[in-house]
Ligand binder design. Structure first.
Ligand SMILES: *[C@@H]1O[C@H](CO)[C@@H](O)[C@H](O)[C@H]1NC(C)=O
Ligand SMILES: *[C@@H]1O[C@H](CO)[C@@H](O)[C@H](O)[C@H]1NC(C)=O
Ligand SMILES: *[C@@H]1O[C@H](CO)[C@@H](O)[C@H](O)[C@H]1NC(C)=O
Ligand SMILES: *[C@@H]1O[C@H](CO)[C@@H](O)[C@H](O)[C@H]1NC(C)=O
Ligand SMILES: *[C@@H]1O[C@H](CO)[C@@H](O)[C@H](O)[C@H]1NC(C)=O
Length: 392
């Protein structure tokens, strides 16, 4: 999901993170108080090598939950399985924790021998995340063992991982997860806390069916037939997001350039995010794309469309054009109609939303691509893949 707009540090190092919250998606983002990063880097440089066995890559199982993707991980000693949103748009890993009220599947720190509350200058380190819809998670930072799987068959164990233990969350997940796993470039994200040996490499393959895998390290390199790559950028604001640069969108054979619009850039203009469902483009440019769709689709408009979406009174996909997203670096993603249109009964809507929010390439548009993030090469690679067949 999208970015933090504000972060506040108090004497107790409580951080406040104000974040956007889209319809179904999650988001958070934070830069940790500086004391944290120092602590983190020291620990990381020491212990990462002991975790890596060459030729073995960590991974987690993922599940589709109507609008979002959920990953399984284990926390604590003995390990307890939790399910959390997989969010490349934030960094913090947090889960519901006892004591709490009305919280789904809380983790019980008292039953774990490795749980350790983090102290900042003698008292608890508090965090607070407030989402755009005013929902929030509040809790304390802790260190705890996080375990996922690995291709060697041995568990991939991350001792002393910094997590948020949420005691008061109003986040309505609409599904079953009990937290969020942040995966952006921020120092608290899961991939960052795996250590530098992992090179930030990460891949996933989303589809509407079945389970899939989130891979890290060498097994997350995406290559081979049909692979195309987009340049990856990091920007100051919002920080720690994975930015691509969208040059144009083709509607059928008509290419709508960003050049000449305010959206045009050469150093990143759109976030790629697993935690946002739809694709969001800034209004001036988006309306050009939308007009082109309107020119092509000869079906009756549905007037009462939610969220200012472009909808038609038909479920016949033959009416709708193929949409291609052209990213800088040579990734021309020819999207399936499922990626760009959503049918509900007899109404079909374009899933590209014209909005003031930060431009975002959401998870639906990424369906059936094996998507690999490679921060050291500054590339995100896409390989057309039948994701539901990949691991079944
Ligand atoms: C830590 O606490 C001491 C004593 O209360 C205070 O003087 C100091 O500024 C605090 N440091 C931080 C980083 O909050
Ligand atoms: C850090 O690594 C060194 C050398 O590998 C080891 O002797 C030391 O015990 C480690 N420290 C911690 C805190 O793990
Ligand atoms: C949780 O936070 C809300 C909003 O600030 C507050 O009204 C409520 O009392 C808190 N609940 C608990 C159990 O602390
Ligand atoms: C690569 O793609 C081409 C064109 O689609 C196809 O002819 C070829 O068999 C593919 N090679 C492999 C190894 O899949
Ligand atoms: C993708 O794989 C699934 C499961 O193997 C299969 O049922 C489906 O037909 C495949 N889709 C395409 C487009 O090949």
């Amino acid at each position: 999901m999208s970015p933090a707009i504000r972060m506040k540090s108090t004497a107790t190092l409580s951080i406040q993170i104000i974040t956007f919250f889209l319809f179904t998606a999650t988001l958070s983002s934070s830069s940790p108080p500086s004391g944290f990063s120092i602590d983190l880097f020291q620990r990381r440089s020491n212990s990462s090598s002991s975790r890596i066995s060459l030729g073995s890559s960590p991974y987690a199982d993922t599940i589709f939950a109507s609008f979002d993707y959920i990953m399984k991980l284990q926390i604590g000693t003995p390990p307890v399985e939790i399910e959390a949103f997989l969010d490349t748009g934030s960094d913090l890993i947090w889960t519901n924790c006892l004591p709490c009220t009305n919280c789904f599947k809380p983790f019980d720190p008292s039953k774990s021998s490795t749980y350790k509350e983090k102290t900042c200058n003698g008292s608890s380190c508090l965090y607070e995340i407030i989402y755009l819809d005013k929902s929030y998670s509040r809790g304390t930072f802790a260190t705890e063992t996080v375990t996922i799987q690995s291709t060697s068959g041995q568990p991939y164990v991350m001792p002393e991982t910094i997590i948020g233990c949420s005691h008061n969350s109003s986040v309505d997940f609409k599904a079953f997860p009990s937290g969020v796993v942040g995966l952006n470039w921020g120092p608290l994200s899961l991939v960052s806390q795996m250590g530098e040996d992992m090179l930030g490499l990460m891949s996933y393959c989303f589809s509407r069916k079945g389970t899939s895998k989130l891979n890290f390290g060498s097994n997350a390199i995406v290559s081979g037939n049909g692979t195309v790559s987009a340049n990856l950028f990091r920007k100051k604001e919002p920080p720690n997001m994975y930015y691509l640069n969208l040059d144009a969108v083709s509607v059928g054979k008509t290419r709508v350039e960003t050049l000449g619009t305010q959206f045009h850039a050469t150093n990143g203009n759109i976030i790629i995010d697993s935690g946002t469902t739809y694709t969001y483009l800034p209004e001036s440019y988006c309306n050009k794309v939308r007009t082109e769709v309107e020119n092509v689709v000869k079906a009756e408009r549905e007037a009462s469309s939610p969220d200012n979406m472009l909808c038609y009174k038909t479920s016949n996909m033959d009416f709708f054009p193929v949409i291609t997203m052209h990213f800088q670096g040579g990734a021309d993603l020819v999207l399936d109609k499922y990626n760009t249109f959503k049918t509900n009964g007899e109404v079909t809507c374009l899933m590209i939303i014209c909005d003031l929010l930060i431009p975002t390439f959401g998870n639906r548009g990424q369906n059936n691509f094996l998507v690999g993030y490679d921060p050291s090469s500054q590339l995100v690679s896409f390989k057309p893949t039948n994701c539901s067949a990949l691991w079944s």
